[in-house]
Design a protein around this ligand. Structure first.
Ligand code: ADP
Ligand code: XUL
Length: 539
């Protein structure tokens, strides 16, 4: 019976979900943590340490080492890899990998006697890969927007204004600062298309979902935009892979994986996509109306969109959906790592962190934190700084509540442009296992929150995409609903309901939070009167 494999090359790990479509079973769910299994690659939380907080690079060879480890782990777990009919995948979005012209040949002749990383090392024209956490390209964003006609024009063309982490501004910076290496680059891949290329033994296309996160693709035609390419760097068109729909077959799996790990030579490799477009499928958002909040390394808030609707304030993004439609998204950099910073600062376990949430009151007596431990994407904050208003650093429990309330209030404020009035939120990602965090989510958004059996919706979505595309190619097509049935249903019993008293407090708290945020961004001081007004309103 055919199995379908979904891989997720994310910030901190490579994970896999293996599905049996006939029995509707998740056969296996496994992760290889970069920090734990590959410390020799020099990353911390998946990122190479750098004294400049705006720089976030990773080691692309680490992702390949993790792919080898994943295959050996699956073999050791007794998985019959020869039964896998197709593989697709998910990559952390925006990150880019730079390859020399010899890569085409090296990919074709990968030898099972050596590791992937040892063989691909000499094909890298840039030893590091800038990733989505990088915010060092403000200057390049301004330059590109200046050439094209402004932020709004760029947003209308590509689905987003120029964002520091997007691939186009990153490429421009590489060209400006390392022009020799740029000249020596024959192909620029996203994390998703890089991993697919290695699996298929040839350069893979970039799908429309992930391509939309580059500030290079025309969001309406799904083609590279000549104006954006020209404004970004010379000779760029020739260095980019082709664009393709998410259900395109890249080819059969490379002989490397057949000989070394026992995959079937008939196993198909499908185009990969970004983690958020994959998650959209993994939580079953194939129609409008509901939203998903993903609490992974980044926190993201996203939903399905039938037509591209651009965020007027320039806060959000339009990406392609693997169904051929669109999705709206906002991204917060200070997600899990900010929660961890608070947890670790007070030497708490996750159980104690949850306990602090249980023992503190909604609204935190007006104590507010703006948790910019690292530069923030939404709202745009380039210099890391943690603001505490009415909140002492020594108050352990209040700090725990403050970081989570800040994240949920910020999502409520900055998602307004999507115009979704939802009563149901689907929660996914590593921190969605924490029901106390989900209680704050339900209370702030006044919505029911559901968890899923498979917390890794990106890898699940990739496996479902592999199945959907393989069945289509095999002339036995199934609808998205049929493919996803039984895999993407939220756990009914997991429902977290908003608390009535909390729902009364949070509209006022959101106003207070917004005042604090506006003040901090304008360089103002603590808005004491706003807190007093909040306390008056809710007492
Ligand atoms: P990504 O796919 O972006 O690498 P994951 O979705 O795997 O990330 O989420 C990893 C994060 O989940 C960790 O950084 C950790 O902070 C968080 N996490 C794991 N368990 C818990 C928990 N019980 N409560 C809160 N956060 C958790
Ligand atoms: C989305 C974004 C992150 C990354 C990493 O725009 O930057 O969510 O995809 O998960």
């Amino acid at each position: 019976m055919p199995l379908y494999l979904g891989l997720d090359s994310s910030t901190q790990s490579l994970s896999a979900v293996l599905l049996n479509l006939e029995t509707r079973e998740v056969v296996l769910n496994h992760a290889v943590s970069f920090d734990e299994r590959l410390p020799e690659c020099g990353c911390r939380n998946g990122v190479l340490p750098d004294s400049d907080p705006t720089i976030a690079h990773s080691n692309p060879l680490m992702w390949l080492a993790a792919l080898d480890l994943m295959c050996s782990d699956l073999q050791a777990a007794g998985v019959d890899l020869s039964s896998i009919a197709a593989i697709s995948g998910s990559g952390q979005q925006h990150g880019s990998v730079y390859l020399k012209s010899n890569a085409s040949h090296v990919l074709k002749v990968l030898s099972p006697a050596k590791s992937l990383s040892a063989q691909m090392r000499a094909s890298l024209s840039r030893p590091v890969a800038p990733i989505w956490m990088d915010s060092s390209t403000r200057q390049q964003c301004d330059e590109i927007e200046g050439i094209v006609g402004g932020a709004t024009d760029v947003a209308n063309l590509t689905g987003s204004r120029c964002f520091e982490r997007f691939t186009g501004p990153q490429i421009r910076k590489f060209w400006r600062t390392e022009s020799r290496r740029y000249e020596n680059t024959a192909k620029i891949h996203l994390v998703s298309s890089f991993m697919a290329s290695v699996l298929a033994g040839k350069h893979a296309p970039i799908d429309h979902g992930d391509g939309a996160g580059m500030n290079l693709m025309d969001i309406r035609t799904s083609q590279w935009s000549p104006a954006m390419l020209k404004a970004t760097a010379p000779g760029l068109r020739g260095k980019l892979p082709t664009l393709a729909p998410s259900n395109r077959i890249v080819g059969r799996i490379s002989p490397y994986f057949v000989e070394k790990y026992g995959f079937s030579p008939r196993c198909r490799v499908m185009v990969w996509s970004g983690d958020n477009p994959n998650s959209l499928i993994g939580v079953g958002l194939i129609q409008s109306g509901k939203v998903c909040i993903s609490l992974g390394t980044s926190d993201t808030y996203f939903g399905f969109m039938p037509e591209p609707k651009i965020s007027p304030q320039g806060e959000g993004h339009v990406f392609g959906s693997p169904t051929g439609d669109y999705m709206s998204l906002i991204c917060f950099l200070n997600g899990s790592l900010a929660r961890e910073r608070v947890k670790d600062a007070y030497r708490l376990s996750w159980a104690q962190f949850s306990d602090a949430l249980r023992r503190t009151k909604p609204g935190n007596s007006g104590k507010v934190m703006l948790p910019y431990f690292a530069p923030e994407i939404t709202p745009n904050v380039l210099k890391p700084q943690v603001y505490r208003y009415g909140l002492k650093e020594t108050e352990v429990r209040a700090n725990v509540r403050a970081v989570v309330e800040a994240q949920m209030a910020s999502m409520a404020i900055h998602s307004g442009w999507m115009g979704v009035q939802t009563k149901t939120i689907y929660a996914t990602g590593g921190a969605s296992a924490n029901r106390e965090i989900l209680q704050v989510m339900a209370d702030v958004h006044n919505a029911d929150v559901y968890q899923f059996e498979v917390g890794n919706s990106a890898a699940l979505g990739a496996a479902l995409r592999a199945a959907h595309a393989d069945l289509k190619a095999s002339k036995e097509p199934m609808s998205w609903e049929e493919v996803a049935e039984g895999f993407t249903d939220p756990i009914q019993k997991s429902r977290v309901r908003p608390n009535r008293e909390a729902v009364r407090v949070y509209p006022e708290f959101i106003k207070l939070y917004k005042t604090c945020e506006d003040n901090a961004l304008r360089g103002g001081s603590y808005p004491v009167s706003a807190r007093e007004q909040f306390l008056d309103q809710v007492s």
